[in-house]
Write a protein that binds this ligand. Structure first.
Ligand code: ATP
Ligand code: MG
Length: 1107
């Protein structure tokens, strides 16, 4: 759900009044009651305009969580209930967005919560300002400077367990974006007397206890310290341990903080050495020793401590010892040394301890400043936080209270100045007529104190510097003389007779009427404290120290820089620093936090009215309210004002369309608020009297109640109506369901009854019908039986009759047929004998032949010429026809088969046919040649360049070109020869060279002989006496014997018209030159391989073994 923007206001849920300006009637009692009322409800913050009053709750409240920070972030000051965060946010935003330097002035008495408030402000600003590694480091350093300063500057007092014993002003510097850059801390008037002496129930500065409790044995040993507090005179023992404070843990926190802030290890150690030295100084004790000249002299009781101090600080023991025994006064080139008596020696010791410590403190502040100072030179925006002691009115008020109260007078003055100035500026800005504001201006009191000629401080200085005996009494006398007539100065002894009989005013006192009340000051100690004297011998001894830090703390001890002029007094120093502070504050926009302490017991839930009343008085809070209310008590921008009160007028409720200002005008007119009660500014409405505001608030409350009632009424109405409608709807649904159920039930009952009745009726009916049907059936059956019997009788009778009739008819037909046959036979007897036999015979024959052909047609075998099937002959007399028909059919299908052949193929088949005629069943080689196609030219002479010459020599067509083996007649071995057959010649050529060896014209070839076996040998016989025959016949062997013989046969036939004689015999003669040799073919041994071998047996026999 989207978060709804809720406009809130300070005025919402107010406990008492959140802003004292609105308090009616305004007096001390109502003021306190309001504070108490709020305090009791945990509302510890209350405003006076923009001033925040903070009442110390003395317990942790859940109001500083990060969520709270977010709540107050970027919200208007009066939007939420009063809170220190609201003031912090206002100041920070004004600094960031409007470029106005800010200062936050936190005042209040000891234990009222100033330091806590200043830390809350710082932590809030740290939480809302920029983020990033560098920025975070700056924030961390700024925040961590607090524990360091608190350890050295805070102590437990009767009023506060962590009382700041110095005034602190810290400038936090920001860049233009509002990111922190660094800071500068100023310290005021450390209460150094605490170092040497603490009032009953109080402690020295925390650091002493922290060091002794928290340091390691090793460190303690190094610092020559012992853990036992009681060993040290400067540490009061009655409250060395503070409840709820862990000094040891705090020591670690401080060391850690020092590290974060940027202290080097050796620096931190030096600091602790100085602390140790101070502590040990307190243990130096003196004893009186009478000297010869009758003067008292002091002697150090136990030099051990002194020795250790000197070891720790690197001071020559004798130098320090001397400084505790003598005092050298230098005046106008004269040096006078006087001995110190015991009291003076103690005074010197304490003065040294105080100085050492307070200077160390100032050094610490400077050292922290060095670390946290902004690193850039760009223009910075500044937020100053002043945590300074508030007005102090004790029973015994001394110099310190005087100084502090002076400071508060000054602060009050700038408060008045700045508040009025701001008020005035706002009036001008808003175009409101300026009405004179009557208020008390405390400038006159400031003047009483700080006036350079006759101010109290000036007179104190004068007294301190005056030669001769100077005592506090002489100072008081002087005051009595000079300030007697001043309105705010009161003294018994003054020349002014007013106080002569005032017993509340002791003789050694004077009283000042501060703006916040009268304060009685004891004059005792004023001169001393103002002088703040440290004997020069001591400062010189310190300067001589080997300890660098101590040496640097006492620059005036350097003999080279001897200054005979007295150092400025404490009073004048403070006055100067206050003046600087005031100047600084005046350039900034002030924000005030007034802290109030509700009780003296440091306890929660206790609100001591008289104590609070006292604080209210001296903080001048009523005065505050009066100044604030002098003009207009309340102001608010038009928009939120209209938003808040628009429900009070019909025209503006619920929405006002025009500008907010006219809306407010309409509203105020309608409400008849007297015109003198308010003024219209440019952007704000100013209300003079809180009464008017409260009237508005009351009306609003009333109206809100009415509106709430209205809303409630409508809501309730709506709710009831919706509820009613829902009920109604539900009722209808329920009723519908009920009715449905009831009807269903009834229906089911009726249905069941109906079914029952129905079934009874149906049963009854059925039984009735069944009875009827049974009766009918029985009747039918009887009829049928009777009919059947009757029909049977009838049928049998008819059958009998029909049978009788048929027998008679058949007899008639037979007799008739016999008779007709007899008649026809008688008639045709004469024709039958001559022709019938022949005709019947012809007809029958014709029928049989016809049937034979028709059957043959269906039983024809396939068209393949090799198909041997032929249907069997049906009749013997058709035997020759059947054979003829088979022959014709075979011839016909052969012709058909032949007709498919091309000429070339025909030639091949012719050749194959020829071969078959020549060799089939004659030579065993023949069957293997059937499957081989006859190629003729196995040797492609044309394509082989080797045989080019051979080719050129032959002009005719080559029929055979093949390599054959020519059998040597002498030994039966063979040589390869190219066998060429052309149309007219037979040629033999060398296989390698292609050279023609012999050429035989075909006419000279007489016969070809070969065996009947499965071999390729053949002999070509030549005509006797021919030229070719001179060398004798040829004997060859070839793989293609059948083809070659066939082709030779066919070529010879076509050329010579003579049939070549082919002799197939296993023994034939071959003419070898003059001899005839017999070539004999025998069945060879299988071992000799599958190739036939030829061997010459003798002169007359060549044996060929065929495997
Ligand atoms: N807002 C607060 N919430 C809870 N406790 C608080 C608050 N303010 C102050 N205290 C308590 O009151 C004690 C005293 O507060 P703080 O030290 O701020 O007083 P102070 O005004 O600085 O006194 P002094 O003038 O002695 O330094 C704190 O230690 C703390 O216990
Ligand atoms: Mg403090």
């Amino acid at each position: 759900m989207a978060k709804m923007e809720v406009k809130t206001s300070l005025l919402d849920n107010m406990i008492g009044v959140g802003d004292m300006v609105l308090l009616e009637p305004l007096n001390e009692e109502t003021f306190i009651n309001n504070l108490k009322n709020r305090f009791d409800h945990n509302e510890i913050y209350t405003y006076i305009g923009s001033v925040v009053i903070s009442v110390n709750p003395y317990r942790s409240l859940p109001i500083y969580s990060p969520e709270k920070v977010e709540d107050y972030r970027n919200r208007n000051f009066y939007e939420l209930s009063p809170h220190i965060f609201a003031l912090s946010d206002e100041a920070y935003r004004s600094l960031r967005d409007q470029d106005k330097d800010q200062c936050i002035l936190i005042t209040g008495e000891s234990g009222a919560g100033k330091t806590e408030a200043s830390k809350l402000v710082m932590s809030y600003v740290a939480a809302v300002c920029g983020k990033g590694a560098e920025v975070n480091q700056v924030k961390e350093q700024l925040l961590q400077s607090n524990p360091v300063l608190e350890a050295f500057g805070n102590a437990k007092t009767v009023r506060n367990d962590n009382s700041s014993r110095f005034g602190k002003y810290m400038d936090i510097e920001f860049d233009f974006k509002g990111d922190p850059l660094g800071g500068v801390i100023s310290n005021y008037l450390l209460e150094k007397s605490r170092v040497v002496k603490q009032p009953r129930g109080e402690r020295n500065f925390h650091v002493f206890y922290q060091l002794l409790s928290g340091a390691s044995e090793e460190l303690l040993h190094k610092l020559k310290l012992e853990r036992d507090f009681s060993r040290y005179n400067y540490l009061s023992l009655d409250s060395a341990k503070v409840n709820g404070v862990d000094d040891a843990a705090n020591f670690r926190t401080v060391r850690n903080a020092m590290q974060i802030v940027g202290f080097m290890d050796h620096e931190a150690e030096s600091v602790l050495e100085v602390v140790a030295a101070v502590l040990k100084l307190g243990n130096i004790e003196f004893k009186p020793e009478s000297r010869v000249n009758g003067l008292d002299e002091s002697k150090i009781k136990d030099k051990n401590e002194l020795k250790e101090i000197c070891e720790l600080t690197g001071i020559d023991q004798s130098v320090l010892e001397r400084a505790f025994s003598f005092r050298t006064v230098e005046a106008k080139q004269e040096k006078v040394s006087t001995t110190l008596n015991v009291a003076q020696a103690y005074y010197a010791r304490d003065a040294l301890a105080k100085n050492l410590y307070s200077r160390l403190f100032s050094w610490l502040v400077n050292r922290i400043n060095e670390s946290i100072k902004a690193q850039t030179k760009v223009r910075k925006k500044v937020m100053g936080v002043l945590d300074i002691y508030g007005f102090e009115i004790f029973e015994d008020n001394s110099f310190e209270q005087f100084i502090i109260n002076y400071c508060n007078e000054k602060l009050q003055q700038i408060f008045i100045e700045l508040t009025l100035k701001e008020e005035q500026e706002e009036y001008i800005r808003e175009d409101i007529e300026w009405t004179h504001i009557d208020y008390f201006n405390n400038a006159i009191i400031c003047d009483l104190i700080e006036n350079n000629t006759n101010g109290i401080l000036a007179m104190l200085d004068e007294e301190c510097l005056r030669p001769g005996t100077v005592t506090d009494e002489t100072f008081l006398e002087k005051l009595n003389q000079i300030c007697a007539t001043h309105q705010h100065f009161e003294s018994r002894m003054s020349k002014c007779a007013r106080f002569l009989n005032d017993t509340s005013l002791p003789h050694s006192c004077f009283r000042i009427q501060h703006y916040a009340g009268k304060v009685l000051y004891q004059v005792e100690g004023f001169v001393d404290k103002n002088n703040d004297l440290l004997y020069r011998d001591l400062s010189q001894a310190m300067w001589k120290a080997g300890h660098a830090l101590i040496k640097s703390l006492f620059p005036e001890g350097n003999p080279a820089k001897i200054n005979l002029k007295r150092p400025p007094t404490a009073g004048s120093q403070f006055k100067a620093s206050v003046a600087t502070l005031m100047k600084n504050l005046q350039t900034k926009n002030p924000n005030y936090i007034r802290c109030i302490k509700p009780n003296d017991k440091k306890a929660a839930h206790i609100f001591n009215e008289s104590l609070v009343c006292h604080q209210i008085r001296y903080l001048g809070l009523l005065e505050n309210v009066r100044v604030r209310r002098a003009g207009y008590a309340f102001r608010q921008a038009y928009e939120p004002c209209l938003e808040r009160y628009k429900m009070l007028c019909k025209q503006t409720w619920p929405h006002w369309k025009g500008p907010a200002r006219s809306g407010v005008e309409v509203l105020f007119n309608e409400l008849e608020i007297p015109v003198e009660e308010y003024s219209f500014g440019r952007s704000k409405i100013f209300i003079r009297n809180p009464r008017t505001l409260f009237k508005l608030e009351d009306l609003r409350k009333q109206r809100l109640e009415d509106l709430a009632t209205l809303i409630q009424k409508i809501y309730r109405g709506w709710k009831c109506r919706t509820h009613f409608l829902l009920m109604k709807k539900s009722q209808i649904v329920i009723a519908a369901w009920c009715r449905r159920y009831a009807q269903q039930k009834r229906y089911q009952q009726t249905k069941a009854s109906a079914l029952l009745i129905q079934s009874y009726i149906r049963g009854w009916k059925a039984r009735k019908i069944l009875r009827e049907l049974k009766h009918q059936k029985r009747c039918k059956e009887a009829v049928t039986t009777i009919a059947a019997y009757w029909h049977g009788t009838q049928a049998r009778r008819e059958l009998k009759r029909l049978k009788e009739e048929a027998r008679r008819k058949h007899a008639v037909a037979v007799i008739w047929a016999y008779w007709l046959g007899l008649k026809v036979r008688r008639e045709y007897r004469k024709f039958f004998r001559a022709n019938a036999g022949k005709k019947i015979y012809e007809f029958t024959l014709q029928r049989i032949v016809q049937k034979y052909f028709l059957e043959m047609k269906n039983k024809m075998p396939s068209l393949s010429p090799i198909d041997k099937n032929w249907p069997p002959r049906p009749y013997l007399f058709l035997d020759s026809t059947h054979k003829e028909l088979k022959r014709i059919f075979h011839l016909w299908r052969c012709k058909k088969y032949r007709d498919q052949f091309t000429d070339q193929k025909k030639l091949i088949y012719e050749e194959k046919l020829e071969a078959s005629e020549l060799f089939k069943d004659k030579k065993a080689l023949y069957p293997s040649s059937v499957g081989q196609p006859f190629q003729g030219a196995y040797l492609e002479i044309n394509k082989n360049p080797k045989y080019k010459k051979l080719k050129d020599a032959i002009e005719e067509k080559i029929i055979i070109a093949e390599v054959v083996n020519k059998i040597n007649r002498a030994n039966g071995k063979s040589t390869s020869r190219i066998f060429l057959l052309t149309n007219n010649n037979l040629l033999l050529a060398d296989q390698k060279s292609g050279q023609i060896k012999s050429e035989v014209p075909l006419v000279d070839v007489t016969k070809v002989s070969m065996s009947s076996q499965n071999d390729g040998f053949f002999a070509v016989h030549l005509k006797e006496g021919s030229e070719a025959a001179s060398k004798g016949d040829f004997l060859f062997s070839s793989d293609h014997l059948i083809e070659m013989a066939t082709k030779l046969y066919r070529t010879t036939l076509s050329q010579t018209k003579q049939k070549l004689n082919i002799e197939i015999s296993d023994e034939f003669l071959v003419q070898f030159r003059q001899d005839k040799v017999c070539v004999k073919f025998i069945q060879g041994n299988q071992k000799n391989g599958s190739v036939p071998t030829c061997k010459r047996k003798n002169n007359r026999l060549l044996e060929v073994a065929v495997p």
